[in-house]
Design a protein around this ligand. Sequence first.
Ligand code: 13P
Length: 248
Amino acid sequence: MRKPIIAGNWKMNKTAAEAEKLINELKPLVAKSKPEVVICVPYTDLWIAKNAIAGSKIKLGAENVAWADSGAFTGEISAAMLKEIGVEYVIIGHSERRQYFGETDKTVNMRLVQALKNDLKPIVCVGETLEEREKNKTKKVLKKQILEGFDGITDFTNIVIAYEPVWAIGTGKTATAEDANKTIGYIRSLIKKTFGAEVAKNLRIQYGGSMKPGNAKELMAMRNIDGGLIGGAALKAEDFAGIVNYKG
Ligand code: 13P
């Protein structure tokens, strides 16, 4: 059985003081949650978030990790720095990093290797743009992202994949539950073919893109969808809790 995992991706939102407030509002609302609950917060919020989640079920994540151990990489944050704070999860290869900051499948792979080496649990994002979708290139794009992004990886125990169609991010357009399920099914079949049936069976794959309390139940009912990676709705305690508690 794959345990559902709902993760918030705060992106570049919330100062440290705002982060503490949001977590304090969120804690009682998710106290009885069944899925695994993660918040991936900006680096500057990590310490305060670590203290604020103490005693709750909420787990801590970062939004990226450097591929090198240390050294001359201005602006990067290392796995050791994250581990010392108590970070457990790390998002890798979000489409916004691919789109605005030159992230490639190769650098995704390098960051992934580094995360695993340091016992961080990666949430690796894949997904097609609107243009790619309209040109019927979704499968081709996903295949490249997965084969290159996961090149050389053998142990998937701690890995989560987030399928985030770029056209559904922050747009209010959600993939229909059937559509998301079908595409995630394709990702799972590709994983099966490349890395084996056991890996495919146990690997958790989230959907991300305008997921809200109102559509979470339908999406989570799909057999291939094991969770959500939530942007906008993770910034309000009731909305995020509404997704986490999708079963009611
Ligand atoms: P939205 O939920 O705001 O569409 O963002 C999804 C996302 O990019 C999560 O990583």
